[in-house]
Every structure is written in structure tokens, then in C-alpha cells.
Design a binder for this molecule. Structure first.
Ligand code: GCB
Length: 628
């Protein structure tokens, strides 16, 4: 064989080998999400992490071929990838990064608010820290992230644990083989660039906070452990709580015990060949969860060496004709929309305290409900809402013009929905899964996209309602408003973003509008309306951006909406002013969307009190007995 041929075979073989290795190293997706990671004992990796800003991806890609080092570099032999976390060992050694001498950022936390020069940064940033752990025999270990926006590539001791996409979803990797007793090094590459195929896509009306925005921890579990469970009242037979427990292994004949000690309930079930045990419990003696009496029970799940605790409230939610029934009784949702942002500190909200601040304001507003817009919020939100008695609408960022024809975009959207349902499906507060916000109704691809999303959610959870925030249809001549979006037919509650008097007209127009919802025999919900106002800017009510204009808009809108017979609730836009790179009017917006009822400094605007009083009236109108 000629040298040339030999050379080609050699080259081809090398390429194939590298490709095979790269696939192993590069292709690892997260392990199935642990149910109730919240209550599992863990080792926290929160705190100060070193960081390197890397806009040109020097630590990630070959500078000529622009390929990720993941695909062809053996970390042991090369210091180039930043995850090698190389340290100089000889005087002449050239290494052009050094985590140890780099500054630090707090985790959890977005990078935008921790360093002035990172306020608008969108790109790659590397995080690194050391930690110590003592491994126990017979245990498995998972590395858990509450959320990283948007893509995370995670390396433990120089090896790739895996990658994850989706900026608001929890994920975990099994790292039993990568961890060692004693000192370990973790490096995370975070990339928060907007892109057309991502979810959300290129544009949003909120800040694209980057970084490890939620907690990081290592969770030990026994060899055989409780991977997942669900326990909810059966909406059709509310005297029964149903669900399942799924072990991580497909092991039949394993026993699983569920107890609710306070109710003196305890039953043992046996797993089938899939390692799954169907659960049926009598719920007759259980007090129901209501916003006014958010009763939760401690539930203990035990199988083999694994024991898990949860706090679960029991309630039903149904749409029946034009009514929403909570525990079988009609309810009106006195809501408000919310972004996951703590304006007082600045940046993404991530802690229980952050959520307590926001929820406290919502309670002052006489709310019994919140719309967590437009993406999954941190887990404290649903946990705290369970505790305080606030109902929740939870959503994924299928927002405006994402790519409705790209199968990868769909897979990403469904994945985000699945992990949200997986995380929050045992929370009494969550009553609505929203699959989208303001998506183009005329686009048939979008309709198939949303229908598939709704189908996927219903497969995972049959105990809650599915909806999406749609656009209204306005006949300008006739002054008639309808909902013609075909997705309304697939939604359990017809929800629209309204904005008459703000977008396309002024508030004088509001009293002239007639709503025609005769084609929808479903509960009707206003998922948004609002007007921008700068706190303490006062003037004539016709003067845009004044508190007076916003207050006028609220008065007119509430009067108009109150006339709609099927209206069963609303979440006006929005509780607090929030940062948005789209809002550039000097001295008024300065980078903030001003539709908040509260300013970024925590001051209440006039419209806050108008909505508060309206909600007090609605609460009196929709009284129900707390029977059980
Ligand atoms: C909307 C969007 C929301 C925006 C809001 C606004 O309809 O759903 O994300 O922030 O309008 O202020 O324009």
C-alpha cells in the first residue's frame, strides 16, 4: 500500500476515533431529574466561584476551526480548554488563564448585577471552584443545579459531567464516577447568548440575566432510590388521592411505604417490573388546601434505604362550563403577574426571602393568585405559595416569535415544560400550566407546536388546567373584541392579554368596547392588561407615563371586564417595574418596563390601590365555605 493510502487510513481512523470519543464526552445530557431534590440532604456548592469572561470562547474552541475542544482535545494532555483548570508547574510554561487569580462571583446570582461591566453581557463566562467531600460507600452522587441561563457545560475534575440547555430549568448529572473523597474541582461554562433556535428566542421584554442563577449542590442517594413520585387528589373522585412512586431501577417486588402521620395514614405498595408502584390512598379524612387555609401534610415516602419527606396540600381544580372550581366550589382568581426579579437588591430573584418580598406585596393587593411570567421561577416560589395559600399559573418561555418549525426548538420547549411539571407537580398552589405567551395565531406551525405542548403536559398531569396567554381580536370599526385564536379550543381556560387603551388606543376607548365570547363555553381569564407609569410622576390623566394615566386605565378596564359574564380572574401586568433592554425612553423608562403597580424602589403607585379595592370586592362576591 502506498504511503499516501496508509496516511489516509491512518487519518480516517484517527478522525473516527476522535469522533467516537467526542461523542462520549460531548453528548452527555442530564440524568432524570430527582423528585423533591429540595428536601434531600445535600452538600451546598453555593458561595464564591472564580470566573473568567470569555466572549471569544478562547477556552472552549479551537481558534482556527472553531470546533469545541470537547470534540477533540484530551484534557490531560492540553491546558488550552479552561476546564482543564491548568496550573503553571514550570517557569517557562505558558498558560493564558488562571482561575485562582481571577475574581469571584456569588452563586446563586446573575452576573449582570454583580459587576457593572457585565450588566449587558451576553456570551460565555466560566465559573470555577474547589470543594471537599467525603464519599460514603454504597452511595450514589448527583450534581444538581436549580438553573443556569442558558447553556451549561459542566466539568468535574477535568472530565465532562454533561451539558444542559434551558435557562430556567433544574437539572442534575450523576457524578458518582467523577467525584473523589477530598478536594474536587468543578468548572462550568455558561453561555447566555440569545439565538433563534432557543426558547425563548431572539427577543424578550425582560432582562437576559446570565450565570448560575440558582443553587448548586451535591445530593447523595442510596443505590436504589426514589426517583420520582406524584400524589394528588383525583379530581373526579376527590375522596381518593392517587399517584405513583417510581424507583430508579426497574426492580419488581420492592416495597414502598407512604405515610401521612398526622392523618394516621400509612400504606405499603409493591413495585411492578418497571420499578413503579401505583398509589391509592383514602383522602376522606384529609383537610383540603385552600388559599384561606393552606393546610399541608407531612408525607413520608420510604423504600429500602431511601426515605424522603415532603409537604403536600390536597385540593382539586377543575373547569366546569364557565366556572373554575376549587375543591368543587366556584372561585375568582384575584391575580397579578410577576417576573422573577428582586428590584430592591437588583437582579434575578432566587431565594425564599426574595419570593417572600414579592408575595408579601401580592397579599397586600388582596391577591389569591399569581402568574409566574414568562418562564419557570425558582422552586421557593411554589413552595412558599403552598405555604401562604397563593394559587399559581406557571409558564415556559414559548414567547412571541420563537421558531415554530424547528424540531430542536420544539424538543427544547417540551423539555422545559417537562422539567417544570416534574419539579412542581406535587404543589397544591400550582393550578395552571401555561404552554405559551402571545404567539402568532395566524401561524399553523405555531398551532401544531402548542397543541403538541398541551398534549405533552396532559400526559404528565391530568389534575391541573392547561392554558396559554393568547392575543385578543379587535374589530376596530365595530368596537367588538373576540378571541379567534384557534388554540382556545385546546385550552381549559381561555386566557388573553388585553391592553385596550395602551397598545393601539387610549383609555377613552375602553368603555366603548363590547366583548363577545359566545363561542367559548369556558372560564375566561385576562392574563395581562396594563399601562406604563413612572412612580411619583403626576399630571392630567391624559398625560401618558403619569400614575394618573395608569390609574385611569385600571379604573376603566376593571369596569369593562366586570361586565364579562364568564370572567373568572385576571393577572394584570405587573406587580413591580422590571428591567427590559427594550424600554429606552430617557427619564421615564431608562431600561425599565414601567407597568408595575410598585416601582423598582418598592413604592406603590396609585393603581395599586385601585386594584386592591377591586379585589376586596371580588373576594366578598366569591365567598365559599371551607367545608373539609
Ligand atoms: C405583553 C407581554 C409581556 C410584556 C408586556 C408589555 O403582552 O406578554 O411580556 O412585557 O406585554 O409590557 O408590553
Amino acid at each position: 500500500m502506498s504511503n499516501l493510502n496508509n496516511n489516509l487510513i491512518y487519518r480516517f481512523g484517527t478522525v473516527a476515533l476522535l469522533w467516537a470519543i467526542s461523542f462520549m464526552a460531548y453528548g452527555q445530557k442530564p440524568a432524570p431529574l430527582l423528585q423533591n431534590a429540595y428536601h434531600r440532604p445535600s452538600v451546598s456548592l453555593n458561595g464564591q466561584w472564580h470566573y473568567i469572561v470569555d466572549p471569544y470562547e478562547t477556552g472552549y474552541r479551537n481558534h482556527r476551526r472553531w470546533e469545541p475542544f470537547d470534540e477533540f482535545v484530551n484534557t490531560k494532555a492540553s491546558a488550552a480548554p479552561y476546564w482543564a483548570n491548568a496550573k503553571k508547574t514550570a517557569p517557562s510554561q505558558r498558560i493564558e488563564y488562571d482561575f485562582e487569580r481571577s475574581p469571584t462571583l456569588e452563586v446563586p446570582g446573575d452576573w449582570n448585577h454583580q459587576q457593572d461591566e457585565l450588566l449587558y453581557y451576553e456570551g460565555t463566562l466560566w465559573y470555577e471552584r474547589d470543594f471537599s467531600i467525603e464519599l460514603q460507600p454504597g452511595q450514589r452522587y448527583f450534581l444538581y443545579f436549580g438553573a443556569v441561563n442558558y447553556r451549561a457545560d459542566v466539568y468535574l475534575n477535568g472530565q465532562k459531567a454533561g451539558y444542559h440547555e434551558g435557562g430556567y430549568s433544574p437539572f442534575n448529572f450523576e457524578v458518582t464516577e467523577l467525584l473523589k473523597s477530598g478536594l474536587n474541582e468543578i468548572v462550568v461554562r455558561v453561555d447566555n447568548r440569545r439565538s433563534a433556535g432557543r426558547v425563548p428566542g431572539l427577543t424578550t421584554d425582560w432582562w437576559n440575566y446570565g450565570g448560575i442563577t440558582r443553587e448548586v449542590k451535591i445530593i447523595p442517594v442510596p443505590d436504589v432510590f426514589i426517583q420520582d413520585y406524584m400524589l394528588q387528589l383525583d379530581p373526579e373522585q376527590p375522596a381518593i388521592a392517587r399517584g405513583y412512586v417510581q424507583l430508579n431501577e426497574a426492580k419488581p417486588g420492592q416495597t414502598v411505604t407512604i405515610s401521612i402521620p398526622e392523618a394516621k395514614l400509612s400504606r405499603t405498595f409493591t413495585t411492578d417490573t418497571a420499578g413503579r408502584a401505583a398509589i391509592v390512598l383514602s383522602a376522606e379524612g384529609l383537610k383540603r388546601w385552600y388559599p384561606e387555609r393552606p393546610k399541608r401534610y407531612e408525607v413520608v415516602l420510604q423504600s429500602g434505604r431511601d426515605t424522603l419527606l415532603d409537604q403536600i396540600g390536597f385540593r382539586t381544580i377543575q373547569a366546569s362550563g364557565q366556572d373554575l372550581l376549587l375543591n368543587g366550589q366556584p372561585i375568582f382568581l384575584r391575580g397579578i403577574s410577576l417576573h422573577e426579579e428582586n428590584p430592591m437588591r437588583g437582579g434575578r430573584a432566587y431565594s425564599r426571602e426574595d419570593m417572600a418580598l414579592l408575595f408579601g406585596w401580592a397579599r397586600e393587593l388582596n391577591c389569591n393568585m399569581l402568574r409566574l411570567a414568562h418562564y419557570p421561577h425558582n422552586e421557593h416560589a411554589a413552595r412558599l405559595a403552598d405555604e401562604l395559600g397563593l394559587l399559581l399559573w406557571e409558564e415556559v418561555p414559548v414567547y412571541w416569535g420563537i421558531n415554530y418549525t424547528n424540531p430542536e426548538t420544539y424538543a427544547q420547549a417540551e423539555q422545559q415544560m417537562q422539567s417544570l411539571v416534574q419539579r412542581d407537580k406535587n404543589r397544591a398552589s400550582v393550578i395552571i400550566w401555561s404552554v405559551a405567551n402571545e404567539t402568532p395565531r395566524e401561524d399553523p406551525d405555531r398551532l401544531s407546536f402548542l397543541k403538541s405542548m398541551a398534549g405533552a403536559v396532559r400526559q404528565l398531569d391530568t389534575t391541573r388546567l392547561v392554558s396559554a396567554a393568547l392575543d385578543r381580536t379587535e374589530d376596530k370599526q365595530e368596537k367588538r373584541v373576540t378571541v379567534t385564536d384557534p388554540f382556545a379550543a385546546y385550552s381549559d381556560m381561555v386566557s388573553v392579554n388585553e391592553y385596550i387603551g395602551w397598545y393601539g388606543s387610549t383609555p377613552e376607548r375602553i368603555p366603548q368596547m363590547r366583548w363577545d365570547l359566545s363561542s367559548h363555553d369556558k372560564p375566561f381569564f385576562i392574563s395581562e392588561f396594563g399601562a406604563g407609569a413612572l412612580y411619583n410622576y403626576r399630571g392630567a390623566r391624559e398625560e401618558i407615563w403619569t400614575e394618573d394615566y395608569q390609574a385611569w386605565m385600571y379604573e376603566e378596564t376593571l369596569q369593562m371586564l366586570d361586565e364579562i359574564p364568564s370572567l373568572r380572574g385576571m393577572t394584570p401586568w405587573i406587580l413591580v417595574d422590571f428591567r427590559s433592554p427594550r424600554r429606552n425612553l430617557p427619564n421615564i423608562q431608562d431600561g425599565w418596563n414601567r407597568k408595575g403597580l410598585i416601582s423598582e424602589g418598592g413604592f406603590k403607585k396609585e393603581a395599586f390601590y385601585i386594584l386592591r379595592d377591586y379585589y376586596a370586592k371580588k373576594a366578598a362576591q366569591y365567598r365559599y365555605d371551607i367545608k373539609n
